[in-house]
Design a protein around this ligand. Structure first.
Ligand SMILES: [Zn+2]
Length: 137
C-alpha cells in the first residue's frame, strides 16, 4: 500500500521524466547539433566553467548523450536545483552527479562528462524552462 510519501515521490519522478523527454526533443538529427544544444545547456547551468567545448565533442561523447536519452534505466532519486546536483540511479546503482563530476566508473576512467551528467543537465534545464513558462503564464 503506497503511503503519501511514496505517491508523491513517484508523481515527482514521472513529472521529471516527462520534462526530460521534452527537453531532449529539441535535440535534432546531427551529432554536432545535439552536442551544441548540450553545450548551451551546460552554459545556462554554469557548467562551462568545468568543461570546454572541445571536451564536450570528444570521441564517444555523442554516444553518452544518446544513452542519457534512450537509457530507460536512468532515474532521478534526488535533485537539488540550487546546487545543480543529484543522485541518479542507473543499472541498479546509485551515483552522485553534479556538473563537475560523477561517481560512476566511466567518469573516473575518462574524466569527461558521462551519460549521468548529460541526463542531469537535461532535467535541470527542463525544470528551469518549466519554471520560466510558469511565471509567464
Ligand atoms: Zn556518471
Amino acid at each position: 500500500m503506497p503511503n503519501f510519501y511514496t505517491t508523491l515521490l513517484s508523481e515527482t519522478r514521472a513529472k521529471i521524466k516527462e520534462i526530460r523527454r521534452e527537453s531532449f526533443d529539441r535535440i535534432t538529427e546531427t551529432q554536432n547539433q545535439a552536442l551544441l544544444q548540450v553545450e548551451q545547456d551546460f552554459i545556462s547551468l554554469g557548467w562551462n566553467k568545468y568543461w570546454t567545448s572541445e571536451q564536450l565533442i570528444e570521441d564517444g561523447q555523442f554516444e553518452r548523450l544518446e544513452q542519457s536519452i534512450t537509457d530507460t534505466d536512468l532515474d532521478i532519486i534526488e535533485i537539488d536545483e540550487k546546487s545543480g546536483s543529484g543522485k541518479i540511479e542507473g543499472n541498479s546503482r546509485l551515483y552522485r552527479v553534479s556538473g563537475e563530476r560523477c561517481s560512476c566508473t566511466d567518469f573516473i576512467y575518462r574524466g569527461l562528462p558521462c551519460k549521468h551528467m548529460f541526463f542531469l543537465a537535461g532535467v535541470l534545464v527542463g525544470l528551469h524552462n518549466q519554471e520560466i513558462s510558469g511565471e509567464l503564464s
